[in-house]
Design a protein around this ligand. Structure first.
Ligand SMILES: Cc1ncc(COP(=O)(O)O)c(C=O)c1O
Length: 360
């Protein structure tokens, strides 16, 4: 069966997947789930739900974030001006905060106190936004990527999500974690949130969950998703083929691919760190599991971003048979299939090494 429209009919695999997600998603059980067709739709669901559940309409998001390109999610997205140019004003009332990038801390010493970039971002929210433009009692949700994806493969600092959780709890704000890119085993745990020991109120999932088939999922605390039938729905969302793909994907992830992501990811990261010692143009190697960012700079003393060099290396890799992709202005993302072996890594690192050598 290809299609049945979950808005009007039932099909047992749909609740089966929702039950499975209730077990594994970092949202306190019981949860409710909405099935859509893409990441951006999962985010739209989260935004609508946050407004519906809180009766508030402001959002806090982060610079360099990517949450999708439909009008609601585009109001959050802030990784490249090209994504917004021509589309006029933001559809939603979103205020952006610098993301606590530990390699390029955007905050000054006064913002940070002793707590580094993480404290800088938390102080920015509490001391600047809440006291000036954005009263906390009007904020529906804070939307965050645990590891910024399009923004350059930048993991949040260790204690940052806990800090956001504390702020949200203090003010009745919902914490929405976008795991569209970082979820489903990508970081060596099922969800990136798990590295931070934090549970969200709402989690958005897409990409990896369908192993290539189009499915987006928004999982929320059950008490929040109490909207009436008809409030939100999708004709193709959760069609039987994609649900079957997601169920099988989770089985494979639990059967070993999450572990593989952690093990082979650590091996890959070790190899990239060795290359960092060899090349002055590698400013930073960061990430978890098979979600690793390599940031290129002109040289290590200056740490000046080297976007052209990054582009040349990307092409040089392609010409040698290694497909990688940029992320952010001057980083390369390593986001390989989770079935990757250490032997594959050896080949990839050899090509990467050659490509850097040929490009500098
Ligand atoms: C973190 C994150 N959220 C949302 C999206 C949007 O997903 P889609 O392209 O499936 O709409 C993306 C896509 O890159 C993403 O990385």
């Amino acid at each position: 069966m290809i299609h049945m429209c979950g808005t009007d009919y039932y099909y047992r695999h749909m609740p089966l997947l929702a039950e499975k997600l209730d077990e594994i998603v970092p949202v306190p059980s019981p949860t409710r789930t909405h099935f859509a067709n893409s990441g951006t739709e999962a985010v739209e669901t989260a935004l609508k739900l946050a407004m519906h559940a809180t009766g508030r309409e402001k959002f806090i998001a982060f610079f360099n974030s990517f949450h999708g390109r439909t009008l609601g999610s585009l109001s959050l997205t802030s990784s490249k001006a090209a994504q917004r140019l021509g589309f006029k004003r933001q559809a939603l009332d979103v205020v952006h905060v610098p993301y606590p990038n530990e390699f390029r801390n955007p905050f000054n010493a006064t913002d940070c106190g002793d707590g580094g970039a993480s404290q800088g971002a938390l102080n920015w929210i509490e001391e600047r936004l809440f006291k000036t433009t954005t009263p906390p009692e009007e904020v529906a949700a804070i939307v965050v990527e645990a590891v910024q994806g399009e923004g350059g493969y930048v993991p949040a600092p260790k204690d940052f999500l806990k800090g956001l959780r504390r702020i949200c709890d203090a003010h009745g704000i919902l914490l929405v974690v976008d795991e569209v890119q970082s979820g489903m085993g990508r970081t060596g745990k099922m969800f990136a949130c798990e590295h931070y020991g934090v549970k969200a109120d709402i989690v958005c999932i897409a990409k990896g969950i369908g192993s290539g088939l189009p499915i987006g999922v928004c999982v929320s605390r059950a008490d929040l998703m109490d909207w009436k039938p008809g409030a939100h729905a999708s004709t193709f969302g959760g069609n039987p083929v994609c649900i079957a793909a997601a169920l099988k994907t989770i089985e494979l992830l639990e059967g070993g691919l999450v572990r593989n992501s952690a093990e082979v990811g650590a091996y890959l990261k070790g190899g990239l760190e060795k290359l960092q010692k060899k090349y002055d143009c590698i400013g930073d190697v960061r990430g978890m599991g098979l979600m690793i960012g390599v940031e290129f700079v002109e040289d290590r003393p200056s740490l000046k971003p080297a976007p052209d060099l990054r582009d040349r290396i990307e092409v040089a890799c392609f010409e040698r048979g290694l497909i990688i992709l940029g992320a952010g202005a001057n980083s390369i993302r390593w986001s390989p299939p989770l079935i990757l072996t250490k032997e594959n890594v050896d080949v990839a690192l050899e090509i990467f090494d050659e490509a850097i050598m040929a490009s500098i």
